[in-house]
Design a protein around this ligand. Structure first.
Ligand SMILES: Cc1ncc(COP(=O)(O)O)c(C=O)c1O
Length: 485
């Protein structure tokens, strides 16, 4: 069979043949998590299990049997009152939790460095976003956690807001002080909604940060597929609160999820929960131990910096996820994107994402001691081979988050306006008509309705020139930007 004319399939087959070490999602790591413990359920003929709601198979939108039972078991495992299985990723969970919490026109407090699913919900719900600036970390050049003081200030200035949304952990593994933030939100009659897309594994090991539910969050969206052994696109939404309108939440889940959910994805959520309950702590013991070993190894190289517990306490870093490996290459003379490219081409190792300064690798129960040792050795070898340079000046990324662009129109209003494309170099001062989103991490740097500043232009162009893909923009090459006419 010639697969050349089936380009997606061919791409997947080629990647699988490369035999790279996977330091990216999904958390089962090419099935290693299952093989490691002899879990053979997915080694059978998956196609024969790819069925829809025939008799005996439950219905995601009105679960009465297996899905109901599986969701209840998951709620117990994650400490929720209600758990909903998601087949459209955490994105549909985030849409639903926000749409259920606020009416059109309502204010909602969100971090400026939130994922595009949060800003997407703001557009769909016709909400007014009140942005909180994250703390900025000049050592790693990334947008970091959200301080309780910043939440308090936003609430004081907008007492009529309906909810606070926090992303914790961030893509880089930085956690915010959710206990304090929950207290502040609740004292002010607001819901705390947490995007815990990167923290589904926290519930299964005492050395990991507390879960958002343990900290008092009302609703929590988790990408099970990112850090636990479930399949891509499978996620969970947990509720632990009496203040959430469950019927309204269920309605939005029905509106944002397929009417033909994949039962294989649902079964993989159920399996991930089971595996983690049975073996999670034991498996995570090794992962955490070897990730900490890797941190020490990498940090013993003066040209590298790996995010560690020693960073806690500065720049909004309240805690870190020990399984997330964030390495800053700035002093070694490599950009994060270049390091990512070289790790793949020279060492057959694929990380999860890279930005201008850092690479981010995901370690999960699918990893082995050898794979984590390989990650450490390859990072160190790469840094040794590059030349040091002076890392002076402030990164464009930090500049872009320092000054939130002025909002002339609400995001949803801008979406419905007439638009025109202008050369990006001539766009300073114009009202933006689209989202510009370096992907990953998927954080919009400008929203529709906001004034385009020089910093935003420079940061967007720098991302583009370093090979970071741009989402949201009509012209992904960024020669042109869509503005309001
Ligand atoms: C912080 C954050 N939130 C939400 C999402 C959306 O998750 P999903 O891809 O499961 O829809 C992502 C995806 O990368 C993310 O990084």
């Amino acid at each position: 069979m010639d697969y050349k004319e089936i380009p997606i399939l061919k791409g997947l087959m080629d990647y699988s043949k490369e035999n790279n070490a996977y330091f990216h999602m999904p958390g089962h790591k090419g099935g290693n998590a299952f093989r490691k413990i002899g879990f053979e359920a997915f080694d059978v003929d998956l196609l024969s299990m790819d069925v829809t709601e025939v008799a005996g198979i439950d219905n995601l939108h009105c679960p009465e049997a297996a899905i109901k039972e599986a969701q209840e078991l998951a709620a117990q495992a994650f400490g929720a009152q209600h758990t909903f299985f998601l087949v459209n990723g955490t994105t549909c969970g985030i849409y639903s939790m926000i749409l259920a919490a606020a009416n059109p026109g309502d204010k909602i407090i969100i971090p400026r460095n939130c994922h595009k699913s949060v800003t997407g919900a703001v557009i769909l719900g016709r909400l007014q976003p009140i942005y909180i600036n994250p703390e900025l970390d000049s050592k790693f050049n990334f947008a970091s956690g959200i301080s309780p003081a910043a939440v308090q200030k936003a609430i004081q200035e907008h007492r009529d807001a309906k909810a606070v949304v926090i992303t914790s952990p961030t893509y880089y593994g930085v956690c915010s002080d959710l206990e304090q933030i929950a207290r502040i939100a609740h004292e002010n009659n607001m819901l705390l909604l947490v995007d815990e897309a990167h923290g589904a594994h926290f519930a299964f090991h005492g050395e990991l940060p507390k879960t958002a539910l343990q900290c008092g969050a009302d609703v929590v969206a988790q990408s099970t597929h990112k850090t636990l052994p479930s399949m891509t696109q499978s996620s969970m939404l947990h509720v632990r609160s009496n203040k959430v309108d469950i019927d309204r939440l269920k309605l939005f889940l029905q509106l944002t999820q397929s009417t033909s959910p994949s039962h294989i994805l649902l079964a993989s959520l159920d399996s991930a929960r089971y595996i983690m309950q049975q073996k999670g702590e034991e498996l995570l013991n090794d992962v955490i131990y070897w990730c900490n070993w890797l941190r020490n190894e990498v940090n013993s190289n003066e040209n590298l910096r790996c995010l560690s517990k020693a960073d806690i306490g500065r720049a909004g870093i309240f805690d870190i996820d020990s399984t997330r490996i964030t390495v800053n290459f700035a002093k070694s003379g490599l950009s994060g994107t270049k390091a990512d490219e070289l790790l793949r081409s020279k060492f057959k190792l694929q990380v999860e994402m890279a930005d201008l300064s850092n690479i981010v690798a995901i370690c999960t129960v699918g990893d082995s001691i050898d794979s984590i040792k390989k990650l450490a050795n390859d990072i160190k070898t790469l840094a040794q081979d590059s030349t040091a340079y002076n890392n002076d000046g402030e990164s464009q990324e930090i500049k872009a988050f320092k000054n939130i662009p002025e909002m002339k129109l609400l995001p949803w209003e801008a979406v419905y306006q007439a638009k025109e494309e202008v050369p990006i170099e001539n766009s300073q001062g114009r009202i933006c008509g689209e989202m510009i989103i370096p992907y990953p991490p998927g954080i919009p740097i400008i929203m529709p309705g906001e004034i385009i500043s020089r910093d935003i232009i420079d940061y967007s162009l720098e991302c583009r020139s370093k090979g970071i893909k741009i989402n949201g923009a009509k012209d992904a090459s960024l020669k042109y930007i869509t503005t309001i006419k």
